[in-house]
Design a protein around this ligand. Structure first.
Ligand code: SF4
Ligand code: SF4
Length: 207
């Protein structure tokens, strides 16, 4: 057994014996304390970093990964085409998408398909951003909002309604037809700037 014990070489023994301060003298206890208190003293004059959250909300960096958003085109149609690429890219299996065909009476997004069901499970999401990299239409992006805590597990599974961007000026609530004379390529190229009066399906129905 003794053969297995590590042996201290003479060189190590010698170095250990010589490990005294270079001056040959230990610093006095008072100086040691002064050195320690210097850290406290110098910090007293620095600007405090404490933020009175939640009354004061700290600003995030512009590219902070907060909760997701499903975006719309300028006429209100949804950018999501229900392709599920975001779900496949997600390493945490946090996204669930069910696609559905668009129809003449139910045009939700330009082109063939839209997301009938879209869920993000924030109990799983690690905010890595791989899903937004995978999205071919920039339908899915991340906002700077970080206040998503809740008191029930089921409330942390966000549905499409929770994730969809609100309607802005010039947008119409889908379903409605695509912009007259436009196809999905026109939308992808950013040629649609606002809704056309003829896209208002409700007004067409009421006529
Ligand atoms: S941010 Fe990452 S973990 Fe969260 S849904 Fe997207 S891919 Fe999944
Ligand atoms: S968010 Fe993007 S990647 Fe995900 S289903 Fe919609 S279009 Fe496809």
């Amino acid at each position: 057994m003794s053969e297995l014990e590590p042996k201290r070489s003479d060189a190590i023994e010698k170095a250990a014996a010589q490990s005294v301060p270079a001056s040959g003298q230990e610093a006095s206890p008072f100086l040691k304390q002064l050195k320690g208190f210097w850290v406290t003293f110098s910090t007293m004059f620095k600007k405090p970093l404490v933020i009175e959250y939640p009354e004061v909300k700290p600003e995030t960096q512009p590219r902070f990964h907060g909760r997701h958003q499903l975006n719309r085109y300028e006429d209100g149609l949804e950018k999501c085409i229900g392709c599920e690429l975001c779900a496949w890219a997600c390493p945490a299996d946090a996204i669930y998408v069910e696609g559905e065909n668009n129809s003449e009476r139910n045009q939700i997004s330009p082109g063939e398909r839209h997301a009938k069901v879209y869920q993000i499970n924030y109990l799983r999401c690690i905010f890595c951003g791989l899903c937004i990299e995978a999205c071919p239409t920039r339908a899915l992006t991340m906002t700077n909002e970080y206040e998503i805590a809740d008191d029930k597990r089921e409330k942390l599974i966000w549905e499409k309604e929770d994730l969809l961007a609100p309607l802005r000026q010039g947008m119409l609530m889908p379903p409605h037809p695509m912009y007259p004379g436009a196809d999905h390529h026109s939308y992808y190229r950013g040629e649609i700037k606002e809704a056309h009066p003829s896209q208002n399906q409700n007004s067409q129905v009421n006529k």
